[in-house]
Design a binder for this molecule. Structure first.
Ligand code: AMP
Length: 413
């Protein structure tokens, strides 16, 4: 199957060929015809499956095919997504796939002044990609109208709810026209998401690709056992020994991420940290530098890394083992995208052995241990004290996780 078989118009085929994409991914094969037919869609797919193109391409085609209706450049398509990084990426996707048409897309998100976003909107836009908070703000100020939306996409619905956006979403939906086509994407379908999807979709076609745990199958995974105070040195050793050119490093705390980035710079590795305390324009700058190869290492916290999409990223290194196993799968899902291979190395200290077991249970496989590095763990068997420390650490991290989740409702601006 290649893109030509999906009945796409020439300007889109040309854009896909510019990106050297020939074959659609499974979610694209399933979703594109459904959307082209005008049906509502319930897509169960996570980032990394090619889901952005699965909705962007058919929306562009439908808009392009009846562009005469929009002489005033009213917004006809709205995509809501939970984070700024995702919003920027989706907008970039729309721009790339529509570059041989004269459709215009725009993006709005919080954390920056609204002025330049508003000015760009005034020039008219066909497609708007937005985070919920900023969209509502601009709607309330009557700077954006969503009354003419024909195609509405709710992206990453499960994360949206996790991040406390449910009320914002409901307010937005209330103002959408009833006559519209709706596409709803979520990686998981817990009860509250099923309920929300029922409220906003009409006779949807359901398409589903690889559940969260199978993403782990395309990535080569390794564990290095060491002690807490040797993790940084082992990290540097791995980067140098493997001659790694680009690596996304996960670190649990913001403070830790800064510290690691500083340590790497001292070791002559070009590095920067990205987390929620950094200003949005700094985050974007660092991300761009990482994408275009000016930085070797990007040290990120989980929230900052959500949805970060780096073409051809080959390495992820975990400096801590997540206590929530799904977080591990999300992290390693940053590599091995769209069928490419990737490597994930996790650096574990004795207290984290229990977390590893949970992860291996979820992904249903044993992670290979990398032996023979110069910083081996000095005491491999967990002593009674370590076990006690592990349990205490587990409780502490659980509490921290749920507190962060509660707080993340304020994360939007
Ligand atoms: P997404 O799931 O939308 O975040 O996409 C994951 C990655 O796959 C992005 O880097 C896309 O640019 C890339 N991608 C999407 N569709 C294709 C395709 N048909 N062939 C190759 N790469 C693709």
């Amino acid at each position: 199957m290649n893109f030509k078989h999906l009945g796409l118009i020439d300007p889109i085929l040309q854009a896909l060929s510019d990106k050297s994409y020939t074959d659609p991914t499974p979610i694209q094969i399933q979703a594109i015809p459904v959307v082209l037919e005008g049906k509502d869609l319930l897509g169960i797919a996570q980032t990394g499956t090619g889901k952005t193109a699965a909705f962007a391409i058919p929306i562009i085609q439908r808009l392009e095919n009846d562009k005469h209706v929009n002489r005033n450049r009213k917004i006809r398509s709205l995509v809501i997504t939970p984070t700024r990084e995702l919003a920027i990426q989706i907008h970039e996707n729309f721009k790339a796939y529509s570059k041989h048409t004269d459709l215009k897309s725009n993006v709005i998100f919080g954390g920056v002044k609204q002025g330049s976003q508003v000015n760009r909107l005034k020039a008219g836009t066909d497609i708007l990609v937005a985070t919920p908070g900023r969209l509502l703000d601009l709607m309330n100020q009557k700077l954006v109208s969503i009354q003419n939306i024909e195609y509405f996409v709710l992206d990453e619905a499960d994360r949206m709810l996790d991040m406390g956006f449910i009320h914002d979403i409901k307010k937005i939906i209330q103002q959408l026209p009833i006559e519209r086509q709706t596409l709803f994407f979520s990686a998981t379908m817990p009860e509250n998401i099923v309920e929300l999807s029922r409220k906003i979709l009409k006779n949807p076609v359901r398409v589903e690709v690889s559940p969260v745990s199978t993403a782990a199958e395309t990535v080569q995974q390794f564990i290095c056992h060491t002690n807490k105070d040797l993790k940084k040195e082992l990290l540097v050793h791995l980067i140098k020994e493997r001659n790694i050119k680009q690596v996304l490093i996960f670190e649990r705390t913001k403070h830790g991420a800064d510290k690691i980035a500083r340590f790497l710079i001292k070791q002559k590795i070009k590095a920067a940290a990205i987390h929620g305390d950094k200003a949005q324009n700094h985050r974007q700058k660092v991300l761009d530098q990482f994408k275009n190869g000016e930085l070797t290492a990007l040290v990120a916290t989980d929230i900052a890394a959500r949805g970060i999409d780096i073409d051809r990223l080959q390495y992820v290194i975990n400096l801590d083992i997540p206590n929530i196993s799904e977080t591990y799968v999300h992290r390693i899902g940053r590599v091995g995208r769209a069928g490419e291979t990737g490597t994930a190395i996790s650096i574990a200290e004795p207290e984290e052995k229990g977390f590893l077991k949970d992860i291996e249970k979820l992904i249903n496989k044993k992670i290979e241990v990398l032996e023979g590095h110069p910083f081996p763990q000095t005491d491999k068997v967990m002593t009674k004290e370590e076990k006690k420390a592990f349990e205490a650490e587990k409780q502490r991290r659980k509490k921290e996780f749920f507190e962060n989740r509660k707080k993340s409702g304020n994360f939007r601006r």
